[in-house]
Ligand binder design. Sequence first.
Ligand SMILES: Nc1ncnc2c1ncn2[C@@H]1O[C@H](COP(=O)(O)OP(=O)(O)OP(=O)(O)O)[C@@H](O)[C@H]1O
Ligand SMILES: [Mg+2]
Length: 240
Amino acid sequence: MSAFIELEGVTKGFPVGGGVYPALRGIDLAVERGEFVAVTGPSGHGKSTLMSIIGVLDRPTGGRYRLEGVEVAGLSEDAMARLRSRTIGFVFQGFHLVPTLTALENVELPMVYARVPPAERRRRAQALLEWAGIGEHARQRPVQMSGGEQQRVAICRALALDPPLILADEPTGNLDSHSGRVVLDQLAGLNAEGRTVVLVTHDPTVAARARREVHIFDGRVEWDRRRPDAPSAAGGAGGG
Ligand SMILES: Nc1ncnc2c1ncn2[C@@H]1O[C@H](COP(=O)(O)OP(=O)(O)OP(=O)(O)O)[C@@H](O)[C@H]1O
Ligand SMILES: [Mg+2]
């Protein structure tokens, strides 16, 4: 059986000027269900590019990528979107909330697209906000909330459709250390309940919370280390 996330010799080139810039130069990576992986490496070396491949936002230019055993190269844009919405919740450094919507409406949004009935999606969104400790902010818009609160709303939105995989690109990058810890605790908690978490970070203390660190350098995996105290990923329950 193949791994949950499986990249073999993945390359990604971006057209620049007359040529192609090789942002990923042959990535081999397998992540099992239930793992908690930190992706580290210097700026501009391909971490976000890798996340957009893993997140099925973009296709590799070469090599193979399978998510849940599905080969992404062969999928139409629609099929990619369906795979994304059922499998992946995204969390970004800049929160990416819709500024005109309340916290509750932001969390409801993926469920609107997935045609979840209004009463049910409102109930679920409110329950997620309560879980995140920000139930009292449900009617506020992003501008009325702190960065840490906005990121917790974004995590709730990522969880709206109950995806087995959470991808987070610098989720604590714009937060003070206390808010960063709260957000990281939530991501670690989601992993503890069986979700697979892959996060990009520049912060060694954030990386240290993950069970495995994959270091990207120059578009390749330079090293890939499991923490000695890490419980094995085997038996990860998958989706929450
Ligand atoms: N759409 C694009 N078109 C052209 N070049 C791109 C594009 N996206 C990324 N790149 C280039 O690919 C390289 C890797 O970018 P990427 O965003 O993956 O780096 P990163 O490791 O996430 O950096 P950071 O830590 O600063 O976020 C960079 O040199 C970047 O300029
Ligand atoms: Mg990046």
